[in-house]
Design a protein around this ligand. Structure first.
Ligand SMILES: NC(=O)c1ccc[n+]([C@@H]2O[C@H](COP(=O)([O-])OP(=O)(O)OC[C@H]3O[C@@H](n4cnc5c(N)ncnc54)[C@H](O)[C@@H]3O)[C@@H](O)[C@H]2O)c1
Length: 350
């Protein structure tokens, strides 16, 4: 008897910058066909389409949603467009994976959360760092009680020279929502919150600085610079978050600063142990003596594993591990740090 042909999930990707990493993730899965790509930059879309043998290219995401019978949509456009594209796809009952940050602020983020609740489609926020081999393994240690109760965490993503796309949407508040805090600090924060069990935030305090970008210094390799473009975001941010359960978290993020090198780090302190993710170590006691554990892990691509997880959730009707509610809490914390940087006072989070 010939085997019945199983229908593949049909994926569409809007925005083919980091969207090409989504394409790479889908392409690894036999259960998925990349049906269409959409980008205003047709040349860029054609290159990605050629690489992944995608037949349809659009420049209008609404036309793509109307014409293509898609099951899943990757939202990989600049931050200010996340709500527009994600809500349109959710209203069409597509499953949606939206790149970080959820949006430019919590007001916009809430609109996505409402659309996600009303949709028949599933929603996941693209927090690829949760899916790295070391993050996944540390989460298992924590769930097995290796750290006890986590009460203090420190995390950050700092760069010596790493301003993306100087003068492009990345460095414009209106388009990006902010600078390194919302761009890369969001990864460090989300991963740490997830490892802590996503405690509910109560308040935040913070400061921001712009010492390099406004002078045109500190450019990195990511993004396409726009000559004469605006720079009205921070290039360094620091904050402290207090949670309803009494735990606290210290966060820093920079695109440019005089530090030794780029670092994405997460440190957790619990009643029974501590842990770091750069390098991966667990600090605890055995027989009343300190012991450091260096777990071995598979160094898998967070992007590929994230796409595989979302597709698995769709195929088996499971809830994705990176939820819209968690993404909204992250947005509220970022908003509070930005507000505190303006006012100089601690900001309560509801
Ligand atoms: N998770 C990660 O590791 C990661 C890495 C980089 C970027 N991101 C996020 O992904 C998103 C995109 O970032 P990027 O670095 O790819 O930016 P990018 O500027 O390189 O690419 C964005 C693409 O979107 C296209 N676009 C803009 N408006 C559009 C529209 N209305 N319809 C269709 N296409 C449109 C642009 O032409 C461009 O090709 C951002 O939200 C960013 O924060 C995530």
């Amino acid at each position: 008897m010939p085997k019945k042909k199983v229908e593949k999930l049909r994926a569409g990707i809007v925005g083919v910058g980091i969207g090409s990493a989504h394409a790479g993730g889908y392409a690894k899965l036999p259960s998925v066909e990349i049906a269409a790509l959409c980008d205003l930059d047709t040349k860029r879309a054609e290159q990605v389409a050629a690489q992944y043998k995608v037949k349809k290219i659009y420049s209008d995401f609404e036309a793509m949603l109307a014409e293509e019978p898609l099951d899943v949509v990757s939202v990989c456009v600049p931050n200010a467009l996340h709500a527009l594209v994600a809500i349109a796809a959710l209203k069409a009952d597509k499953h949606v994976i939206c790149e970080k940050p959820l949006s430019v602020n919590a007001v916009e983020g809430r609109k996505i959360a409402e659309a996600a609740r009303a949709s028949k489609g599933k929603f996941m926020i693209g927090m690829n760092n949760r899916f790295r081999g070391d993050s996944q393994l540390l989460k298992r240690y924590i769930e097995d009680g290796a750290l006890g109760t986590i009460y203090y965490a420190k995390c950050g993503w700092v760069r010596r020279r790493g301003i993306p796309g100087m003068g492009s949407w990345f460095t414009r508040k209106e388009q990006a929502g902010g600078g390194p805090l919302i761009d890369i600090g969001v990864h460090a924060l989300d991963l740490t919150l997830w490892l802590m069990g996503n405690p509910k935030p109560a308040s935040a305090y913070g400061a921001t600085y712009a010492k390099f970008g406004p002078e045109g210094r500190g450019s990195g390799n990511w993004g396409v610079p726009v000559s004469g473009g605006k720079y009205d975001v921070e290039d360094l941010a620091a904050g402290m978050v207090r949670f309803q359960d009494g735990s606290t978290l210290v966060l820093e993020a920079s695109w440019a600063q005089y530090c030794e090198r780029e670092r994405l780090y997460n440190e957790l302190n619990g009643t029974q142990g501590g842990a770091t993710l750069e390098p991966f170590r667990i600090f605890t006691d055995r027989y009343d003596q300190p012991i450091d554990i260096t777990p071995q892990y598979h160094n898998i691509s967070g992007h590929e594993a994230e796409i595989a997880h979302f597709v698995d959730c769709i195929l088996h009707d499971r809830k994705p591990i990176a939820t819209v509610e968690q993404a909204l809490d992250v947005m509220k914390i970022l908003d509070a740090i930005y507000e505190s940087a303006q006012t100089g006072s601690s900001v309560s989070i509801k």
